[in-house]
Write a protein that binds this ligand. Sequence first.
Ligand SMILES: Cc1cc2nc3c(=O)[nH]c(=O)nc-3n(C[C@H](O)[C@H](O)[C@H](O)COP(=O)(O)OP(=O)(O)OC[C@H]3O[C@@H](n4cnc5c(N)ncnc54)[C@H](O)[C@@H]3O)c2cc1C
Length: 233
Amino acid sequence: MAKDLDVIVIGGGVAGLTAAAYLSRAGMRVGIFEQQHKLGGLAGAFSRRDFLFEQALQWVVGCQPGGTIYTCREELGLTLSFKQLDPWCRQIGPGFDVLLSSHVREWVGELCRLFPKEAGAIQQLTTDAIKLFRRIPDTPRKPNEMLTKWEKFKIGLLTVLNMKLYRKYLGISIQDLLVQEFKEPQVRTFFYSLCPIGSASAMLLLTTIGWIKEAISITQWAGAKPSSTVSGR
Ligand SMILES: Cc1cc2nc3c(=O)[nH]c(=O)nc-3n(C[C@H](O)[C@H](O)[C@H](O)COP(=O)(O)OP(=O)(O)OC[C@H]3O[C@@H](n4cnc5c(N)ncnc54)[C@H](O)[C@@H]3O)c2cc1C
């Protein structure tokens, strides 16, 4: 069977399935070899009694026109539809119960009210995040050598404008940043729960706050059955 194929993709997660779909669209005979009994990899779900649990995905980035997922859908002719949630999530933890929406001022205000001693640091972190996110250049959709002079100039300019913030946040992990910036463990827990990968760069946490503000990624798979959608907590 394998000898009839042009390409074999090992692993049927989102990456493998997407690659296989594009290769197939380009006229290749593609086989996907998946070790599990079902496709999807981490982007899957399982049920226990009446409940359906998402294994990993909570939100999906890039479903707006021009975004990566949107573009894949258009190019591959998929019948997926998306639904934007705003507010998209309720964060409940020790000392806080906060609804997250693109109205950042509202939830930041609520956090500052709950933790007045940390208000300055909370405001600083979220303001930096939004500033940085607005100026992060879009990922180019073509190789460097194919970029026009104007595109290169724009990327360079945005990078220079962000330099101060890159210097502040690039070399530090989320865990270390939260310990450095906040004294109250509850505030650390709140921000950690937005991006619970302690060893990742603080940039990831800031980008997550930026996504929440722009509400471009707070997206539910509207094409899925209600019980299998990614719902706000
Ligand atoms: C807890 C958690 C939360 C997350 N939340 C989000 C989120 O909210 N939003 C978001 O966009 N992303 C999120 N992610 C990331 C996202 O789930 C992954 O980036 C994405 O699903 C990875 O897809 P993939 O195809 O690269 O890998 P995988 O999904 O890991 O797929 C790899 C596949 O290859 C198969 N495989 C591996 N080795 C072999 C082999 N030798 N032979 C055959 N098959 C093999 C595996 O069984 C698997 O099916 C989260 C991840 C985690 C862990």
